[in-house]
Design a protein around this ligand. Structure first.
Ligand SMILES: N[C@@H](CCC(=O)N[C@@H](CS)C(=O)NCC(=O)O)C(=O)O
Length: 207
């Protein structure tokens, strides 16, 4: 089996990087310099025509979209490692619901925040009222997660799964550029700490 992972640090690729480290499967890494425009090179566009990281090539088959990659890795390698529920189980249904929610609903809000606040985008395309609306939605969605985590340690089942990695990576990234008082969200804060302190995530951020 051969797996090649295309990434840039502190991007949507970080959640996939964390998942690969949790699974402990062998893979090769290819780092792209986004500011230098390496994502637009023809050889990368052949893998991801969207010119974005992450991308994964498994035995010659290219994949893109971080959530698609995480679900694929979970189904194929995560079940036997206790990191992803078995297809067809109730927990698998919950894993899909919370992972897709984290990418589409919460992730959509996070990207709106990013587009409207980050210097990566031109000032004239940034909109302060939209940023404020997205910030309020982000706080409300963090509240939904805090509620979900009441009386439980992880989002699905009774132990850490890749669902936690997918969501915690996105939230930790968002909190690096949007300040939110998470002390009002004690169950979310404890879960975020518990999840992001895992050695696999620490290894991703170590270099
Ligand atoms: N929905 C995509 C988002 C991918 C994405 O937006 N990647 C950004 C980094 S966070 C990127 O590669 N941007 C490069 C560019 O737009 O030029 C996913 O989850 O994989």
């Amino acid at each position: 089996m051969s797996i090649t992972f295309y990434y840039a640090p502190n991007t949507s690729a970080s959640r996939v990087h964390w998942v690969l480290e949790e699974l402990g499967i062998p893979y090769d890494k290819v780092k792209l310099d986004l500011r230098a425009g390496e994502q637009h090179k023809p050889e990368f566009l052949a893998i991801n025509p969207n010119a974005k990281v992450p991308a994964l090539v498994v035995d010659g088959t290219p994949m893109f979209e971080s959530l698609a990659i995480i679900i694929y890795l979970g189904d194929r390698f995560g079940v036997e490692k206790g990191l992803w529920p078995r297809v067809g189980s109730g927990e698998h249904a919950e894993a899909l619901a919370w992972s897709v929610w984290g990418s589409v609903t919460l992730g959509g809000t996070i990207f709106r925040l990013f587009y409207n606040t980050s210097e990566w985008f031109p000032a004239e395309s940034r909109n302060a009222p939209q940023a404020e609306t997205a910030r309020k939605e982000f706080e409300a969605q963090l509240g939904i997660l805090d509620q979900r985590l009441r009386g439980r340690e992880y989002l699905v089942g009774d132990h850490f799964t890749l669902v936690d990695a997918a969501n915690a990576a996105a939230i930790a990234w968002a909190l690096s550029f949007i300040k939110v008082d998470t002390t009002r969200l004690p169950d979310l804060s404890a879960w975020l700490e518990r999840s992001t302190q895992r050695p696999a995530n620490q290894a991703v951020h170590a270099g």
